[in-house]
Write a protein that binds this ligand. Structure first.
Ligand SMILES: [Zn+2]
Length: 136
């Protein structure tokens, strides 16, 4: 998929900052981290030296980058994000099945009604969860 070979991050080297302020990343002494001289962000080296992760308190998830030799590529290693669609689908199916078997309607006993009601309710729940997750 990627034609550019990933390079290990060298602590004796300076890198451009992945921020858009043309900052420079300089190694922070005695740590496995780099600091930017423009945005004041700290980036911790992870994944055996192939990934830098932004040290941030603003986001529950971390943004990460990989060095390709001349630029940073966004790495999708941040926790949970790749699993979110799968998690939502799983929750949707479980809730749907649960509702389908437990839902009792005082108005109608028809199976179609139960299926539709279960479908709508589980979709609403998953949509709410998705909106909550998306905010982070
Ligand atoms: Zn920066």
């Amino acid at each position: 998929m990627q034609s550019q070979k990933l390079q290990k991050i060298d602590f004796n080297q300076e890198y451009p900052c992945p921020c858009r302020r043309r900052g420079r990343l300089t190694p922070i002494a005695l740590t496995e981290a780099f600091g930017c001289n423009r945005c004041q962000q700290i980036f911790v080296v992870q994944d055996n030296g192939y990934v830098i992760e932004q040290l941030s308190t603003n986001y529950p998830y971390k943004r990460a980058w990989r060095w390709t030799g001349n630029q940073w590529n966004i790495a999708h290693s941040s926790l949970g994000r790749g699993y979110l669609p799968l998690t939502l689908v799983t929750i949707f199916v479980l809730v749907f099945l649960l509702l389908l078997t437990t839902l009792q309607s005082p108005l109608s006993n028809s199976v179609t009604f139960r299926v539709i009601a279960a479908l709508v309710l589980s979709m609403m729940l998953v949509l709410m969860l998705w909106l909550v997750c998306r905010r982070y």
